[in-house]
Design a protein. Structure first.
Length: 447
């Protein structure tokens, strides 16, 4: 795909349903008794993989566009599949579904594409084995054959890595256990969609009282009835459009019905700290999730050269921006985009404590560094992150998505900011999370 530079983004858009919430809503609805209707379900390939696997496990799924009806079978009510469950490119599907399958008395094999087959699964295998499940898995990588255990043993488990997928896996397994299963996040709280959805379905237990750590728990075996779920727009998908609008002079972009869960919106804090003009209005809580409307205005018209700041009118002096620790974990989906933003701000940006990026759909650290260098940026690469130096005017270049949807979208933004046309190889991979990305972008971009 060829991408020309943009002058600004202008218009009003509404984003497809949140991918993270859609996965979890489908899985929890399948474990409830009776019908659940999921409105604004994500159109992503990843979430389609979750629905396909559930159908193979005996869950009745009816889909009409972005409306999904799930006929839940209750705790322990899934049926043994007749063939391997194909999770496609979706690590969320594989890791979270493994927790569900751990509480059943049959064996199942989880497979995926080449990219998913290189992603580590030992982080879920070890705690699930503590709960009684058994696995066959070569060196901790898919395919993953799981032999369930009914009922599971409850455990209290401290996450060795900050991972919402692992947390969700264990909570869903805990629904099938006899007693209290607790997950402790001493490294920092991850996105909490699972806990919010469980409460929406009437499931959950009080966490520990230690204010210095984050913890969540369930009491099993848990019973719940089907419920309707309205899913907000996906913030991780919107992030690319928000950043582009903030960086391009004279932009005026409105994003409606957007999920504003505080565990997901740290990018707004980063942009606001740089002086971006972003207003949040019409906030409300629906199905335990906060949503609202964002209004983003770009830099004032005028010079948008490399020494310009992101600003809503008043330049904000600052030195190099550092993203590390818990903030890196919270921004994990947006870090390649943050690196692109770093090429536009005084002092650049340094990203550390983000080694998890090397185990995504591709090595996102290496991919980000390679593409930024192709566009003329000076970038240092670390094992756990990267650093961009002083602001630079990016130039058009041949860019590679490496088959990774987040890389493709981050460097589409970079191409919009660059001088001269860019070519993006493998742009079709955006369908993994946001199939309408380019169509949505073209509806608001002005050149």
């Amino acid at each position: 795909m060829r991408i020309a530079p943009a002058r600004r983004l202008k218009g009003s858009i509404r984003l497809p349903g949140d991918k993270s919430i859609s996965h979890r809503a489908a899985l929890i609805a399948a474990l409830a008794q009776g019908e659940s209707n999921l409105a604004n379900f994500s159109p992503s390939r990843d979430c389609a993989s979750t629905l396909s696997c559930l159908a193979q496990l005996g869950v009745r799924i009816e889909r009409n566009g972005n409306e999904v009806r799930v006929q839940g079978v209750g705790i322990g009510g899934l049926s043994a599949p007749t063939e391997a469950l194909d999770c496609g490119n979706s690590g969320s599907t594989m890791r979270m579904l493994a927790g569900v399958l751990a509480g059943h008395n049959f064996s199942a094999t989880l497979t995926g594409d080449e990219s998913l087959s290189s992603r580590p699964m030992r982080r879920i295998i070890e705690p699930l084995e503590m709960m009684g499940a058994a696995f066959e898995c070569e060196q901790g990588y898919p395919p993953l054959r799981i032999k369930g255990h009914q009922p599971l043993n409850p455990i209290s488990y401290e996450l060795p890595v900050a991972s919402a997928q692992v947390k969700t896996c264990l909570l869903l397994a805990g629904l099938h256990a006899e007693g209290r299963t607790e997950v402790v996040e001493r490294l920092g709280a991850t996105r909490d969609h699972t806990e919010r959805l469980l409460r929406w379905f009437g499931i959950g237990a009080p966490a520990g009282n230690d204010a210095s750590v984050s913890a969540c728990a369930v009491e099993g075996p848990a019973r719940s009835a089907g419920r309707d779920v309205s899913i907000p727009g996906d913030f991780s998908s919107a992030a690319f459009l928000i950043a582009a609008a903030a960086l391009l002079p004279a932009s005026e972009l409105v994003v409606e019905g957007l999920g504003l869960n505080p565990t997901r919106t740290q990018l707004l804090d980063v942009l606001l700290s740089l002086g971006a003009n972003i207003e949040t209005t019409e906030t409300q809580e629906v199905c335990n999730e906060l949503r609202g409307t964002l209004r983003i205005k770009g830099m004032e018209s005028g010079d948008s050269t490399a020494d310009s700041k992101i600003t809503g009118g008043t330049p904000v002096p600052h030195s190099q921006v550092t993203i590390d620790g818990q903030l890196s974990a919270a921004l994990i989906d947006e870090l390649p985009l943050v690196a692109v933003i770093g090429t536009r701000i005084p002092g650049g940006v340094v990203i550390r404590d983000a080694k998890e990026l090397r185990f995504k759909e591709t090595d996102r650290i290496a991919a980000t560094v390679a593409n930024l260098r192709a566009m003329g940026a000076e970038v240092a690469e670390y094992e756990d992150g990267l650093m961009t130096n002083s602001p630079v005017r990016l130039h058009g270049a041949k860019l590679d998505s490496y088959g990774d949807h987040r890389i493709a979208m981050a460097f589409t933004v970079a191409a919009l900011l660059a001088q001269g046309e860019s070519e993006l190889i493998g742009s079709e991979c955006v369908a993994v999370s946001f199939p309408e990305f380019f169509e949505c972008l073209e509806s608001v971009v002005e050149r």
